[in-house]
Design a protein around this ligand. Structure first.
Ligand SMILES: [Mg+2]
Length: 189
């Protein structure tokens, strides 16, 4: 039976990015995080994921990583960074909470020819969410999308997530608050 998902942006939704010092970033390009040593879950994010996973949601990360196209990091570095995050987001039995991590290495303005183009996976396009929905038999009308940027929500909307289920996180409304909202709206989960 199809199950609902939470589509989660990575940077500044699950792990720190904007608050990190310049040395955390590839080529000191602010935002381009591809060093596993700098993976720091945001306060409360792991516990929020535990609550959502317990409620039956598939937790699926969808992340633009245009830094690969820019030549600031490699696929291997992005995957090592994602792996570091995967190892931190575990339940109290040390089982992984994240069903999958999708990322898009493409960007229309880049230096690495193989990755320099627009792509259906690059948010705000819905490609990553649609691929995950097919792979994990996801019920999109009962799913949610969470991110710190409008493009995160737009990708959810274009994939078929209801407008009411698009949540923009911020310092004032973090992932814990988002989890409260979702669980309050999902009594049968
Ligand atoms: Mg983000």
């Amino acid at each position: 039976m199809p199950r609902p998902a939470i589509f989660l942006d990575r940077d500044d939704t699950l792990i720190e990015n904007g608050s990190l010092p310049p040395e955390a970033f590839a080529a000191r390009h602010h935002g381009d995080l591809c060093d596993p040593a700098w993976v720091r879950p945001l306060p409360g994010a792991i516990e929020a994921c535990r609550r959502l996973a317990r409620a039956g949601f598939a937790l699926i990360v969808v992340s633009n990583q245009g830094l690969v196209a820019r030549g600031h990091g490699t696929i291997d570095q992005v995957e090592a960074t994602n792996d570091a995050m995967r190892r931190l987001f575990v339940d109290d039995q040390r089982r992984g909470l994240l069903a999958a991590i999708y990322y898009c290495p493409f960007h229309p303005i880049g230096r690495v020819p193989a990755f320099t183009r627009e792509h259906t996976w690059r948010k705000p396009a819905p490609g990553m969410l649609l691929a995950a929905a097919a792979a994990f038999d996801i019920d999109l009308p009962r799913s949610w999308a969470i991110g710190d940027k409008p493009r995160d929500l737009e990708s959810g909307r274009r994939a078929g997530v209801p407008d009411s289920n698009l949540l923009l996180v911020s310092a004032a409304f973090d992932l814990a608050a988002a989890a409260d909202r979702i669980l309050a709206a999902s009594p049968s989960q």
